[in-house]
Design a protein around this ligand. Structure first.
Ligand SMILES: [Ca+2]
Length: 555
């Protein structure tokens, strides 16, 4: 099936009529010629869209831990639809983010370049004038779309149609920005984003392959699932990770001062505690919700009240956090299922590459934390699943992928030349089941947002198949881990003479990678100002249906 193949129920209204055909249609004998026109149109469509160019559907979520997907062996949840994607395609065990936070990651995905080269190392506004994969695919004849969480501050460029959440967006009855202004949609953001994606596909021009970036907000903090999934997870008891009680004793450089711990840093808002009835909306109520309770009275199902402190309270907080987080993940998984069903139903599945990933890693209570940022394994790893024409079903690889590889991968699928300045490499050969010669055996990472929202210290580092070296450069503190013997990174070996050779070798590897990537410390000392959450002064277009919202996506 070609990209322009039509589902049985399709009609032609969105296909533009070339000027020559419009002349033919104005001829007095037009009624007699109409069947011919239809034939010519079909022939011209077939010529415009060769069968070799697949559609590309990139489904992206926000803060979805790799280890919260059952295809990756999750111990905490089941994700049947993502598993279906994994079974029908390829799974990367070691897909890494290059800077584990929202905005920078999205800039890397669009440009194929590390933060120091794309200019967005923190939450600063992305320069949309630079080349992006969307622009390249659009220029190559793809119909390009961007739906959902964007979080880059500037308006999307390179998209034929776009509808994005303002800043972080909200979970319930969200506003979206379109080229014409701000629209409001009723309902929960996750199913709404899915429906917008399906409506986009349904109304796409049939004479072009499509490239759609379908970006879910979930499961980002403050983890507000829809009612169905909230009820599903309300009483679940989630297993605790082995490192929930990590005291950081062997890693004093940066971990002890982090403010993203389950024990101390979850707020009443995070824990969905109800403010006192007499606390009217306003600053006092916000302050109440933002407080971090260290003692809490909870009521059990049998009606008995208990006051929790210490480890008992930490256990309770972990359960509350994880129940809502996983319920949000379930919404994302449901949406993946709906989109896969749509592709199957319309026959699009045969010529559509579907890729699933998330913008950064995530701590499921691992090392005592929630959130991302740190280069430890849960923060560094991201999900990466892909299926479609040319992708080997059931393939599982340990080869290292980076989020900087996504853009080159999309381009190779589309038959578009990959710009030399992109840092990433195309994953297409690996997806075919090959092991490309000279594939990377180390991965470079750099995080800048210090102190940021969670007092996370800036660091860079390298990961190999067996080791990781992290440098907190503002403190000149090094952490070396043996990932084979110590996969949860509990023991820093940097000062251990027995590992001095490895330390020297990995320091040299960091220098080599920084040179190769052109990282000369562009944002090492001074980081740009945050700006992606600034309010937008655009017309308010009011409450819209999904169909009306998609109609407003065209510039
Ligand atoms: Ca994120």
């Amino acid at each position: 099936m070609t990209p322009c193949a039509l589902p049985p129920h399709s009609v032609f209204p969105s296909v533009p009529i070339p000027p020559t055909l419009r002349l033919v249609r104005s001829f007095p004998m037009k009624l007699l010629l109409l069947p011919l026109v239809g034939l010519q149109l079909l022939l011209s469509l077939a010529a415009a869209a060769p069968a070799t160019r697949p559609n590309i559907l990139f489904i992206f979520s926000d803060d979805h831990a790799q280890h919260a997907i059952s295809a990756y062996g999750s111990k905490v949840n089941q994700t049947p639809h993502l598993d279906r994607l994994a079974r029908g395609g390829a799974r990367f065990n070691h897909a890494f983010v290059t800077n584990s936070i929202c905005t920078p990651s999205r800039a890397v995905v669009l440009t194929g370049k590390y933060s120091h080269a794309n200019g967005t190392p923190v939450f600063n506004v992305f320069d949309g004038a630079q080349p992006t994969v969307a622009k390249l695919l659009q220029a190559a004849g793809y119909h390009t779309g961007m739906i959902g969480k964007w979080h880059l501050g500037s308006d999307p460029t390179g998209f034929d149609r776009w509808i994005i959440l303002p800043g972080q967006g909200v979970y319930h009855d969200p506003d979206f920005l379109t080229p014409h202004g701000r629209v409001n949609l009723a309902g929960h953001v996750t199913p709404l984003t899915t429906q917008l994606g399906i409506e986009f596909l349904d109304t796409r021009p049939r004479d072009k392959p499509f490239f759609l970036m379908l970006h879910q907000k979930a499961p980002h903090r403050a983890w507000e699932p829809d009612a169905k999934n909230k009820a599903l997870f309300k009483d679940r008891v989630i297993p605790e990770p082995s490192t929930l009680w990590d005291d950081y004793a062997t890693r004093p450089a940066a971990l002890p001062e982090n403010r993203q711990t389950v024990a101390r840093d979850l707020t009443r808002r995070d824990l969905k505690l109800e403010p006192p009835a007499d606390l009217a909306p306003g600053p006092a109520r916000q302050q109440w919700l933002g407080a971090k309770p260290m003692e809490l009275t909870v009521t059990s199902a049998d009606g008995t009240a208990r006051t929790l402190t210490g480890p008992e309270l930490v256990k309770w907080k972990y359960q509350r956090y994880m129940q809502d987080y996983l319920a949000c993940v379930q919404g994302v998984d449901d949406g993946v299922g709906e989109v896969l069903d749509y592709l199957d139903r319309t026959g699009l599945a045969q010529n559509t590459i579907v890729i699933y990933s998330s913008d950064n890693g995530w701590y499921l209570g691992d090392l005592g934390m929630y959130d991302k940022r740190f280069m430890y394994e849960p923060g560094l790893h991201i999900p990466l699943l892909a299926r479609g024409p040319g992708i080997k079903a059931g393939a599982v690889t340990d080869l290292f992928a980076l989020n900087a590889d996504f853009a080159p991968t999309f381009l190779e699928f589309a038959g578009v030349k990959i710009p030399a300045e992109m840092h990433g490499r195309s994953l297409v050969p690996i997806l075919r089941g090959e092991k490309p010669a000279g594939w990377r055996t180390s991965a470079y990472y750099r995080y800048y947002h210090d102190p940021g929202h969670h007092n996370t210290r800036a660091h860079y580092g390298v990961r190999t198949a067996t080791h990781k070296l992290i440098h907190y450069w503002k403190k000149d503190a090094w952490e070396l881990f043996d990932l084979v013997r110590d996969p949860t990174e509990q023991k820093n070996l940097a000062a251990d003479p027995a590992h001095a050779a490895t330390l020297t070798e990995l320091k040299a590897e960091i220098v080599r990678l920084q040179r190769e990537l052109g990282d000369t410390g562009q944002f090492a000392d001074v980081i740009p100002k945050d700006g992606v959450d600034a309010p937008k002064n655009v017309p308010r277009l009011g409450l819209k249906t999904v169909q009306e919202a998609v109609a407003a996506m065209r510039p």
